[in-house]
Design a protein around this ligand. Structure first.
Ligand SMILES: Cc1cc2nc3c(=O)[nH]c(=O)nc-3n(C[C@H](O)[C@H](O)[C@H](O)COP(=O)(O)O)c2cc1C
Length: 190
């Protein structure tokens, strides 16, 4: 598999974020995948249609984020669950993509991690109709519970079950990226 550049959206701004670590794990288990833009989610201003309407006043972060999104082969979203919903940082980043043509046909994996038992899974459900509306192709959802017990002192996932689960997800993601290529060249199904 050749290198695949994918858009990362990390909904946590926290140092030592368990969700940011999920994006690093995705790259670790599948070195051909390069995640770009993940840190931009936290630099984006709050979405404002007035700003979006005038490209001349776009902050650099908006321009870069939208460029990464349009060039990306796929999308990896790692979001905390706050108050039984996705982090506002995550939704805000996605809102900046609505007017950019969305994520049409882009394979997408949703991920969450938390120190609790539910692993942030309740952050996923409200994002699903949004991603569908944007044309994303949802490939898998990865949920990591008790994240503190599965990471080492430097905050990287070391639990073999988490590494294996991410390997499975990235395998499906890689297949979906290849399928998306074949579909765009009319070779799907052959
Ligand atoms: C304001 C707030 C609300 C939270 N709400 C939830 C929640 O509803 N469900 C949950 O499992 N964890 C909740 N948490 C815990 C987060 O999942 C936990 O802080 C997680 O580590 C955040 O992700 P991060 O490590 O990537 O920063 C909440 C944390 C904060 C600060």
């Amino acid at each position: 598999m050749a290198e695949r550049v994918v858009l990362g959206i990390c909904g946590s701004l926290r140092q030592g974020s368990y969700n940011a670590a999920l994006l690093r794990l995705a790259e670790r288990v599948r070195p051909q995948i390069r995640v770009v833009g993940a840190d931009l989610a936290g630099r984006l201003p709050l979405f404002n249609p007035d700003v979006e309407a005038d490209e001349a006043v776009w902050p650099d972060a908006v321009r870069e984020f939208r460029e990464h999104a349009s060039r990306a082969d796929g999308v990896l979203i790692a979001t905390p669950e706050y108050a039984h919903g996705p982090a506002g940082v995550t939704k805000n980043a996605i809102d900046w993509l609505v007017g950019a043509g969305g994520l049409v046909g882009k394979p997408t994996v949703l991920m969450s991690a938390s120190p609790g038992q539910a692993g942030g899974m309740r952050a996923h459900t409200p994002l699903m109709p949004t991603l569908t509306l944007l044309g994303a192709v949802l490939v898998d959802c990865v949920v990591v519970s008790r994240a503190g017990a599965r990471t080492d002192a430097s905050g990287e996932y070391v639990d073999p079950a988490v590494v294996e689960r991410m390997g499975l997800a990235m395998g499906e993601f890689a297949d979906a990226l290849s399928y998306a290529d074949r579909r765009s060249t009319g070779l799907a199904g052959r």
